[in-house]
Write a protein that binds this ligand. Sequence first.
Ligand code: G3D
Ligand code: MG
Length: 256
Amino acid sequence: MRKWNFKIVLAGPGAVGKTSIRERYMGKGFESSYLKTIGADFASKKIKTENDLITFQIWDLAGQDSYQVVRSTFYKGAIAGILVFDCQDPTTMTNLKNWLDEAIKGSNNSILVYIVIANKIDLEEERRVSQEMALEFCNRMKTETGIRFYYSETSALTGENIEDTFDFLAYKLLEANNIKDIAPPAKTDGIIDLDDYEEKTSEAPRRLVITETKSAESVSPEEFNILQDRVQVIEDRLNTIQAIIKKIVEKIQEEE
Ligand code: G3D
Ligand code: MG
């Protein structure tokens, strides 16, 4: 039996349903006040196939912007990124470009598989992002980054497509690890490979508008030193937090 430990990050704006997706897939799971204070939570779940025992460690990132400075820590060592948006709200989708950039940087390119999820599809009347719009968006991110994307539509409320999406992810992650003797997941019709997607329009794709962070106003040397000291304090705290998380992870793995 081959054993795998896959760290997956759920990223995206607040209230799109990241926590609901995680809970739907794996139950309430593990919640830690330590992780809460820094804006993350995680739970793990095991999947067994004929030759493989996979432990999914799913990290659920808080959407609050104020946590952004610490958030990059959580991408470290991740192998898959699930970027979630709310199909009622187009801005949550366009925001995903920022989340993608953050995930790429924060994980140091360790993420091999990205899935974009349109969540809350049970709210048919309120839906404002069609599948076509979403695919066009994903396709542009693909063109810009050269990353391979998959696209899925889910409802954490009804559970639609949740299990299938994670089964698909497990399969793709084994495949990415060069494992060949695995059966493809039973049901994949709810998941679209962007490599198979061809734009219906003949126009050249528009470039994505990336919101640039404003460059800092010039600061005096005194101000700069103060800022530098503050960054140092934050870095020290981060190191402490990282050490705590490591301990927690070790403890959990011991208990399993
Ligand atoms: P987040 O973790 O991304 O911040 P949450 O989002 O999982 O906390 O979900 C935010 C709200 O959206 C919650 O409602 C949750 O019940 C709802 N939600 C999540 N997924 C779905 C879905 O698929 N369909 C519907 N209809 N609602 C969903 P509340 O009211 O608790 O804030
Ligand atoms: Mg949440």
